[in-house]
Design a protein around this ligand. Structure first.
Ligand SMILES: NC(=O)c1ccc[n+]([C@@H]2O[C@H](COP(=O)([O-])OP(=O)(O)OC[C@H]3O[C@@H](n4cnc5c(N)ncnc54)[C@H](OP(=O)(O)O)[C@@H]3O)[C@@H](O)[C@H]2O)c1
Length: 292
């Protein structure tokens, strides 16, 4: 099976490069190898590679910056997936694409299901929703996996930021302020990449829109506490910093985030027999890896 992977240098892309390697002939492109903002390059690369599966891990993920760069976010998160879907349709290929909890406004009191209406609060969320719509409109075989709070050892993410700030805070004695009124499930890139490979290995599995995030739920504040506890257990920190729970209103950012980022993953469990492990398991395993 020929697989074309975009964004292979991103947090998820790196893990996908590893997870997909055993499934067939993998062509993995980073931004230099394939720029999603270049529509001609996209078409040329897909036609030259003739993949059976396109896995799109490239994305514009600078959530706050997107507020002032909406056109660029749209080009990469909406137009490019649409073009990939058109090319997939020409080839009869399957397009696997990742979307986000940020397509929702977070006002729902329970975890979001796939059928819930999307209502993004930010330019990034709108661009991700537009990407989903462009893929569906192209009529290609596709699988859109909405996930949440992605982290891993590579790239930029909340876990790594906390480890950096936490170490500094222990040195200076300053307490860390972390938002406690947004809830979601931190999802380890390795679990998401392995789940993607498991889905692909089935070849004739179901298609469409699925929520796929780690089990359980937490707030950014409680996640930060768990990061420091696990980092101490893994021997990566001697001591945890003092953390204070604050509200989203105490920490205004250019892009508004949903208060509720919880995704109900029952549909993936039912159709693919897939369940990502609880977020605490992912965190502990990820940080255990960091020791080496
Ligand atoms: N991060 C999260 O918390 C989160 C949450 C929910 C859903 N998601 C979704 O999950 C997927 C993977 O996200 P991630 O966390 O792995 O993101 P990431 O670490 O930011 O990786 C995205 C990759 O896309 C590349 N890229 C950006 N612009 C590009 C362009 N014009 N052409 C080609 N490549 C380009 C980046 O390249 P450079 O390295 O050169 O910048 C980067 O390697 C995305 O669809 C994202 O929207 C992420």
């Amino acid at each position: 099976m020929k697989i074309l992977l975009t964004g292979c240098a991103g947090q998820l892309g790196r893990e996908l490069k590893r997870s997909l390697a055993c499934l067939g002939e993998l062509t993995a492109c980073d931004r230099r190898g394939l720029d999603l903002a270049d529509a001609d390059a996209l078409r040329t690369t897909v036609r030259a590679t003739t993949p059976a599966v396109i896995v799109n891990a490239a994305a514009y993920t600078a959530v706050d910056q997107a507020e002032t760069e909406a056109a660029r976010a749209d080009a990469i998160n909406a137009l490019a997936p649409g073009i990939l879907a058109e090319e997939a349709k020409r080839l009869g290929a399957l397009l696997i694409h990742y979307s986000s909890d940020y397509v929702f406004d977070g006002a729902k009191a329970a975890p979001y299901v796939e059928a819930d209406p999307a209502a993004p609060l930010s330019a990034y969320g709108r661009s991700k929703l537009a990407g989903e719509q462009a893929i569906a409109a192209a009529g290609a075989r596709h699988l859109i996996l909405r996930t949440s709070w992605v982290y891993g050892l590579h790239g930029a993410n909340f876990m790594k930021t906390m480890l950096r700030l936490g170490r500094r805070s222990v040195e200076t004695g300053e307490e860390l302020r972390v938002i406690g009124d947004q809830v979601g499930a931190p999802t380890w890139t390795r679990h998401l990449a392995d789940a993607t490979a498991a889905v692909l290995a089935r070849r004739d599995g179901p298609e469409g829109l699925y929520h796929l995030a780690a089990g359980g739920q937490t707030s950014w504040h409680d996640y930060a506490e768990a990061i420091f506890a696990e980092a101490e257990a893994a021997g990566l920190m001697d001591k945890s910093p003092q953390i204070r729970r604050i509200t989203s209103a105490d920490y205004p950012l250019p892009a508004k985030r949903p208060a509720n980022s919880r995704l109900d993953c029952a549909k993936a469990r039912r159709d693919f027999k897939l369940t990502l492990p609880d977020w605490r398991i992912g965190l502990a395993d990820c940080l255990a890896d960091a020791r080496f």
